[in-house]
Ligand binder design. Sequence first.
Ligand code: NAG
Ligand code: NAG
Ligand code: NAG
Ligand code: NAG
Length: 777
Amino acid sequence: MPRGYISFAGLTPWWWLIMGSLFASCEATKGSVPRLRLSYKDLLATNRSVLFFGHRGILDFRSLYLDEYRDRLFIGGKDTLYSLRLDQTNMDAKEIYWPSLPGQKEECFRKGKDPVTECANYIRVLHPLNRTHLLACGTGAFHPICAFIYVGHRGEHVFSLDPTTIENGRGRCPHEPNRAFASTFVGGDLYTGLTADFLGRDSVIFRTMGHRSSLRTEMDQRLLNAPKFVAAYLIPDNDDWENDKVYFFFTEKAVESDSKGHAIFSRVGRICVNDAGGQRVLVNKWSTFNKARLVCSVPGPDGIDTYFDQLEDVFLLRTKDGKNPEVYALFSTISNVFQGFAVCVYRMADIWEIFNGPFAHKDGPDHQWAAYEGKVPYPRPGVCPSKTTNQPSRQYSSTKDYPDEVLHFARAHPLMSKPVYPLHRQPVLVKTNLQHRLRQIVVDRVEAEDGQYDVMFIGTDAGSVLKVIALQRGNFAAAEEVILEELQVFKAAVPITEMEISVKRQMLYVGSRVGVAQVKLHQCETYGTACAECCLARDPYCAWDGLSCTRYQASGKRRFRRQDIRNGNPVHQCLDQNLTVDDFDKTAEKVVYGTEHNSTFLECIPKSPQATVQWFVHRSPEEFRDEVKTDERIMKTEQGLLFRKLFRQDAGMYYCKTQEHGFTQTVTKIMLEVIESEQLEQVFQREEEESPRPPCLVPDPRQLHGQKVWFKDIMHLIGYSNLQRVEEYCERVWCGARQLRHKGRPPKSKNMVDSGRKGRGKQQSERNRVPRQAVAT
Ligand SMILES: *[C@@H]1O[C@H](CO)[C@@H](O)[C@H](O)[C@H]1NC(C)=O
Ligand SMILES: *[C@@H]1O[C@H](CO)[C@@H](O)[C@H](O)[C@H]1NC(C)=O
Ligand SMILES: *[C@@H]1O[C@H](CO)[C@@H](O)[C@H](O)[C@H]1NC(C)=O
Ligand SMILES: *[C@H]1O[C@H](CO)[C@@H](O)[C@H](O)[C@H]1NC(C)=O
C-alpha cells in the first residue's frame, strides 16, 4: 500500500479517504491488460477499419507501398498487383494480373516445389522508380522477375504493366514466397539483402539497376553467416551526401559468440552509397561493409542477463529535421524455455560511435576475439570516399583508389568489437508469456498536453494490433507500459506481416496473408462520453474538450483541454466534471427472462478490463437497492452475473456498475423476470389440451397480447425478425417436453436468453464479413 494512503487515512474526513483510495488504485494499476479491446466487428461497425481482400477470393498478400504523394496504396499479392485510392471512400481498386513467365510454373513444379503455395509470382518488391513508374518484382515461380509499372502522375488513377520491361529479377527479389529479405531504393539503385539463388545458400547484399556499378558482398561467412534480413534504410550521416550510407538490420549466426552452440545475434550493417569496390582486391565487391551487434537485454534476478537476440522488425522513426532518427527494434528470444519479446530503441549517434570504435579481431582459431589494437590503415575501412579522404597529399576520391592494404584489412575485419546498446541500456517494452507472437512494429511520435509520446503499434501473429506507450520515469527505471488498445484487425488469427503508418492521413496499413486493412490510429469517442473516461484512456491522441473526447491538437486553438497521459488521474483532470455517470434512471433497460431452477446469465462487459464491476439489485419497490451477494449459486464472471440456479425471489432490477480510478458508471440495467415452474407447466398443459394444431407454429405477433405467455416470452427474447429460430426453439422445447412428460420426466431446456443471442450474433458476423468499401472495384 502506498505511503500516501496511510497518511490520508489518518485524517478522518471522508473526502480524504476517498482521495486516498483513488491514488492507491491509480498506482496499483498494471498496464499489461489493454484498456480497450475492440473486436473485428467493433472496428468495422464504427468505421475504424476498412478491409481489402483483392478481387480473386484470396489476396495472398506479400508487399505494400504507401505512396503519400499520390495518395495511393499499392499492394502485391499472388500473381496480382493492386492500386487503391486513399483520397476517396470507395477506394477504386485497380488490378494488374501478372503471373509467372510461360513454362516457369511447370519447371518450378518439376524441381520439387509446391504448385499451390510456391509456384506462382508472389509480388515481394514495390518501390517508387521515378515520377511515373514503380519498380515491382515477384518470385516468378522460383524464377524472380522485375518490371516497371506505370502509375501516372499525382491525381491520375492509372495502373498498367509494360510487358516489354519484364526482366530477370535475380538478386533483387527472393525466389521464395516467404523467406525474409530487405531492400531499399536509393537514387536509382536498388540495395537488397537476400539469399539470391534457387537453393537458398547465397546470402548477399546487392546493389543493382542504377548508374552505379553493380556490387555484392563476397561469399564469406565472416561477412554474412546465414542471415535473416529484416530492414534496409538510407540514413545520412550528415549534410555531406558523399557520406551517405545504407544500413541493413539482420540476424545471423554469430562467429564471435563464446557459446559452442549456434548463437544467433542481431546486427546493424552498413555500406557507403558511393562504394565502387576495389581495383585489384574486392573487384565488384563492397569495400566499405562493416557490422556491429545490437544488444537488447534485461538484467535477471541472478545477475544473468536475458538477451533478446532474434530481430523481428525494425522501424526508423525519422525526426522532423531528418537528422538523428531513432531505430525502434522488435526482438524475440531464441530460448526454448520461454518466449519473450522486447522493444529496444537505438540512437544513430550511438551506432555511429560503435562504427568509429575498434574492430573485432582474432589472431587464429585458438585465440579469443578481442579489440584490434594494431595500426588501422588509412583511409579507415568503412569510411566513404569524400572531401576528407580526397586531400592533395593523398587523393582517395573513390574506393578504387584505396590502397590494397585497406581493402585486405576491411575484408578481414567486418565486425566491430563493441556492441550497440539501446537507449537507457534497456528495453522500453518487455512481454513474456504472451498467447501470441509479436511480428511488426511502427511508431508515431505524438505531442500531448504533458509531453511527447512515442505510440507503438505492434502487429501480432493473431490478426491483432496492440497500441502501446512506454512511460519512462527517470533514466534507469524500467519503463511502465500502458496498452491503450487491442485491435482485432483480422477476423482470423493470421500473422501480420507488414505494417505502414501514414502520419499525414492518421492511418495504419496492416497486411496479412488474407488481406490489407486501413485502420485509424485513434477514435477518441470510443473511450466514452465522460471526462473521466477520456482521461483514464491515457491516449496521447485524445483529450477532453469540455464536451467530448476528441483528437488532441497541440498547436490547435487554446481551448479547454484535459489530458493526463502520465498518470491517467481523472480526479485532477475532471474535478469539476461528473466523476460519476451513475444515473440509474437514464441507463437503457433490458429485460431478461429466466426459468425457475434453471441457470441464467446477465451480461455486463465493462468498457475497460481494468475496471472493477459491482452488481446491485432492486427487488421490489419496498426494498432498498442492495449489492448482489455472490456465492456458489450466484457468480460474478468476467462477462457478467451467472445464476447457476434461478430462484423466483431473484427477480428484480439489476444494475451493473463499474469503477476505475475513482470513476464510476452504471453500464447496464437489466430487469430479470423469473418464469415460475408452475406457470410453465400450465402453459404446456394448455397447449396440449386446447390446441389441435401443432403448437410450435409461430402465431401472429398481434394475437399474442394477454394470451400465451410462453410464446410471447420466446418472441421477446429472440426477436420477431428471426422466425426460423423461434420455431426451432419451440420445436425443441415443446416437443421435447411433451415426449419427456409422457415418460414422466420434466422437459429440459437450455438457457433461453443464450440461444437467442447466439442466433443474432452469427447472422451479424456473416453480414460483416465483406464490408461494402472492400469490394469496390
Ligand atoms: C461508416 O461509414 C459509412 C459510409 O461512409 C456511413 O454510412 C456510416 O454511417 C458510418 N458509420 C459510423 C458508425 O460512423
Ligand atoms: C520512368 O522510368 C520509365 C522506365 O525507365 C521511363 O519509361 C519513364 O519515362 C520514366 N519517367 C520519368 C518521368 O522519368
Ligand atoms: C452531473 O450529473 C448530474 C446528475 O446526473 C447532472 O444533473 C449534472 O448536470 C452533471 N454535471 C455535469 C457537469 O455534467
Ligand atoms: C429448468 O430446469 C428445471 C430443473 O432442472 C426443470 O424442472 C424445468 O422444467 C426447466 N425449465 C425449462 C423451461 O426447461
